[in-house]
Design a protein around this ligand. Structure first.
Ligand SMILES: Nc1ncnc2c1ncn2[C@@H]1O[C@H](COP(=O)(O)OP(=O)(O)O)[C@@H](O)[C@H]1O
Ligand SMILES: [Mg+2]
Length: 251
């Protein structure tokens, strides 16, 4: 199934969510945080399948485990139990080194608080993931230029993050997330610090990236933003409580 199929609601859609091949799957996933005083069960048996090219929203009250789940999806942290299959590899017990290699090659992140590096210019921030990947300098420049050119209203590549508005900073963060052309983008409340106009623009950019084939998993508190996704997964107390597929998709 192609994005034409998704973008054209008149067509027959045998599987509305992605192209049918699994990108990530969790089996009875658990995460327990242990500090000196307390044990917190953040994820308590989560079973989720997400297909390539899907756009999935994750919702639920504060503290229900959304960020924990996204961190595990993003290979930033290991689960305490259960399985996590990413691109057909069971990665739940990978070392930090193994996770980093897989993460850099396949995953881009967008955070609520932008997380740009203040000491680096816009251009240098966007170039950074390519530096980590060992892309040669000339190629890096070209890819970072292209990434920024695709972003609307992004002509301030020599400015520093603090000189930009929140909306501009998030566009830079999205450019940085996609510069290495990752198969998966993970976004944790990407519009949480933005006004509605800038939030809408970020959602439109994510939608375009999804239509171009990128899988997107986005945590959001906003029912409006979740409407951009093909499917919304609701978490409560570390469990999946419901999953809703959209009947029609935003174009
Ligand atoms: N690093 C951590 N150490 C200890 N407890 C944590 C840590 N991160 C999250 N938690 C706890 O795990 C639960 C889930 O947190 P989180 O995944 O951040 O929820 P959400 O993103 O849905 O608000 C909460 O009770 C939170 O306090
Ligand atoms: Mg969170």
């Amino acid at each position: 199934m192609t994005f034409d199929d998704i973008a054209n609601p008149g067509k027959q859609m045998p599987n509305p969510a992605g192209n049918g091949s699994t990108m990530l799957r969790t089996v009875n996933l658990k995460k327990i945080y242990t500090t000196e005083e307390v044990e917190t069960t953040a994820l308590d048996g989560v079973n989720i399948d997400i297909n390539e090219k899907e756009f999935v929203a994750i919702m639920g009250p504060s503290g229900c485990g959304k960020s924990t789940l996204l961190n595990i999806f993003g290979l930033l942290d290991n689960p305490s139990g259960g399985e996590y299959h990413f691109l057909n590899e069971e990665v739940s017990k990978y070392t930090e080194r193994q996770r980093a290699k897989m993460r850099k090659a396949n995953i881009g992140f967008v955070f609520q608080s932008f997380n740009l590096i203040d000491e680096l210019t816009v251009f240098e921030n966007v170039e950074l993931p390519l530096l980590y990947l060992g892309v040669p300098a000339s190629e890096r420049k070209k890819m970072a230029e292209e990434g920024l050119e695709r972003m609307p209203k992004m002509h301030r590549k020599d400015h520093f993050p603090q000189q930009l508005s929140g909306g501009q900073q998030q566009r830079v963060a999205v450019s940085r997330a996609v510069v290495a052309k990752p198969a998966l983008i993970l976004a944790d409340e990407p519009t949480g610090n933005l006004d509605s106009a800038n939030g809408e623009e970020v959602m439109n950019i994510l939608t375009q990236l999804n239509e171009a084939g990128t899988t997107i998993v986005m945590v959001t508190h906003s029912p409006h933003d979740s409407e951009f996704a093909h499917r919304t997964i609701h978490l409560f107390d570390g469990h999946v409580v419901t999953e809703n597929y959209k009947e029609k998709f935003h174009v």
